[in-house]
Design a protein around this ligand. Structure first.
Ligand code: DAH
Length: 331
């Protein structure tokens, strides 16, 4: 074969290749395994022919590399001048979600307490009978201890029925002064209805320090209720009983729908029940090894579903658990 003529042909082909595909075709044709050159190289017998053929191969390889670089540069130039992107065109709109009403309310409560200098806690949902009941001074005969009211794993473990065990955990973890709020899920063996669900959320607060009074409790709850429901709200207390507080009270917040005049939501009383509260019972201090003569404090517990319901006027609590977007999109 005529190495020189072959080389000339190949270089012309490379020169005329205008696309990456054409260049590839030239490479296969002149340097590929079945190319004339490769055949000839396989059959070569004398040194001189070998050198001539190899020189041709090198020249063709160089030309291919150079042409490839040229084509790439040309393509880049073309893209830079022709592929113009109008960055002012509107993009594709992505569907935007929103926070679940329970999450919204939880964050409001957390913010309100952080603003008061409280620590936010998250405690275990599987709790021992000792922390869920005993250390909170529940009487041995208290109805909540029954298997009909509470989910038991075994004799000593339950799904916590309230966030109140957080009080014991924080009091055992360190010395007062303590200002904490604990938020999370609690569980009770209730049938599902418009107002009850076997899983729900509570927030539990505890303040233990020197010289705290019911007035401090009232001011604290007022602050949080106003964060949740607006600056016009008032708070009142009714006496009640809880094992771990003495005195125990139930705080009410004035109804925001009627402004306290009386309506369907507040059952014509002008007030809406918020949960439970009270001054920490001396037995609780004793159960965690603190001196009740030295320390004073208050505690409170409220449901988050209730708060979300009242904020958004949601008539049926099940909406908060069903995950139906048609309902949740409204909040
Ligand atoms: N744990 C009570 C409940 O679930 C609510 C409660 C009442 C919490 C009084 C408290 C409290 O911290 O002091 O019904």
């Amino acid at each position: 074969m005529d190495a020189e003529a072959y080389r000339q042909d190949a270089l012309t082909a490379v020169e005329h290749a205008d696309t990456a595909t054409e260049l590839d075709e030239a490479r296969v044709r002149y340097l590929g395994r079945k190319s004339e050159l490769k055949q000839a190289l396989r059959e070569v017998r004398d040194r001189e022919t070998g050198m001539a053929l190899n020189a041709a191969r090198e020249a063709i390889e160089e030309a291919l590399t150079a042409r490839q670089a040229e084509l790439e540069r040309a393509e880049l130039d073309r893209a830079l001048t022709e592929d113009v992107v109008d960055v002012t065109l509107p993009g594709d709109e992505l569907p935007l979600g929103s926070l679940h009403p329970i999450t919204q309310v939880r964050r409001i409560v957390e913010d309100a307490f952080l603003g008061l200098g409280y620590e936010v806690r998250d405690d275990r949902e599987v709790e021992t009978v000792e922390y869920n009941f005993d250390k909170l001074a529940f009487a041995p005969t208290h109805p909540s201890r029954s298997h009909r009211d509470t989910f038991f794993f075994d004799d000593t473990h339950v799904l916590r029925t309230e966030t109140s065990p957080s009080q014991i955990h924080s009091l055992e973890e360190r010395e007062p002064p303590i200002y904490m709020v604990s938020l999370g899920r609690v569980y009770r063996r209730d049938a599902i209805t418009a107002t009850r669900y076997p899983i729900f959320h509570q927030f539990e607060g505890l303040a233990v320090d020197k010289g705290l009074t019911l007035a401090d409790l009232k001011g604290t709850l007022l602050h949080v209720m106003r964060a949740l429901y607006g600056p016009e709200r008032r708070v009142r207390f009714r006496t009640h009983f809880f094992p771990f507080t003495e005195p125990s009270i139930e705080p009410d917040v004035s109804c925001g729908i009627c402004g306290g005049a009386g309506c369907r939501t507040c059952k014509w009383s002008g007030w809406i029940e918020m949960g439970g509260a009270g001054m920490v019972d001396p037995r609780v201090y004793e159960n965690v090894g603190l001196d009740p003569e030295e320390w004073t404090g208050f505690a409170f517990g409220c449901g988050l579903e209730r708060a979300a319901q009242l904020r958004h006027d949601i008539p049926d609590i099940r909406v908060l658990w069903e995950g139906d977007l048609r309902a949740l999109r409204q909040f």
